[in-house]
Design a protein around this ligand. Structure first.
Ligand SMILES: NC(=O)CCC(=O)C(=O)O
Length: 270
């Protein structure tokens, strides 16, 4: 908390496995991992979960498995955040809303209040998301105790214009829950690094591990600073990856190379 007053956040990435199409088991497992996280890291400010952690990519049964209005998920995330006094970027879940299914992120502050909600904008055809899911229609910037951050989910990081739009709205941190499989580890690491360097922002990305739906997920959750240095990186097994996000570094890097002041939008905006 004292560190946080100086803009230094202790962050944990909950790099967990997910059981295909087992929402109840997955919730219990995430709760267990989060419980372990706060017990082992009493100085923690914020935890991040992976993408679609309630169901995995059980898309052919997604209408029966998805959380209606995200009610059950929001209830436990809110209670957990308030009880342990931590902020939670709740990865994403399959959420049923208005007869459609969205890949939705919820963010809770340490009072347990829902601070933001973001539905994935870019659906990933290689995993058939576009056949089963509806896409979100708006980008989301949110604020937690003076940390301004942007929301993105997995495939979204292939679209530099989204991260740039969030940065232009003041985001200093980009959160990226993911289910990103082999053989694209090189893409994952390079794209995350690029988003951090080009926008001079922290990138905080939590990828799942394990296998499901014919894909093997490699973890490698990462915290990357605005200079492109890796603060923390996970391996390929289940683990809690921790590191510090120092917001003063964002201003320092943006001062050193004034990318935002030097932009020429008139020359390239579509
Ligand atoms: N769940 C996803 O959006 C996966 C994105 C992915 O694997 C990629 O290569 O992009």
């Amino acid at each position: 908390m004292a560190e946080l007053q100086q803009g230094k956040w202790r962050v944990a990435l909950v790099q967990g496995d997910i059981r295909l199409g087992e929402p109840e088991e997955n919730r219990k497992h995430m709760q267990e991992l989060l419980g372990r996280t706060v017990a082992e890291h009493p100085d923690l400010d914020l935890a991040v979960l992976p993408e679609m952690w309630n169901t995995g990519y059980a898309l052919d049964r997604i209408h029966e498995l998805a959380d209606a209005e995200g009610k059950a998920t929001r209830e436990w995330l809110s209670a957990f955040a308030a009880k342990h006094r931590i902020h939670i970027v709740g990865g994403s879940i399959a959420e049923k809303r208005d007869g459609k299914i969205y890949n939705t992120m919820y963010v809770f502050d340490r009072e347990g209040k829902e601070t933001a909600r973001y539905a994935k904008i870019h659906l990933f055809r290689l995993m058939e998301e576009e056949k089963y899911l509806a896409s979100g229609e708006r980008n989301v910037v949110f604020e937690l105790e003076r940390m301004k951050a942007g929301a993105s989910i997995c495939f979204d990081i292939r679209f530099p214009e989204l991260a740039r739009t969030l940065a232009l709205q003041g985001a200093k941190v980009l959160f990226v829950p993911a289910e990103w499989p082999h053989p694209r580890l090189h893409h994952w690491r390079t794209l995350l690094m690029a988003r951090a360097i080009e926008n001079q922002m922290y990138v905080v990305a939590c990828n799942r591990v394990g296998s499901g739906g014919g894909a093997d997920f490699f973890g490698h959750s990462m915290i990357i600073d605005p200079w492109g240095e890796i603060v923390a990186e996970g391996g390929e097994g289940e683990e809690i990856v921790t590191g510090t996000v120092d917001l003063s570094l964002v201003d320092e890097v943006r001062g050193r190379i004034p990318v935002f002041a030097d932009r020429r939008p008139g020359c390239y905006e579509l």
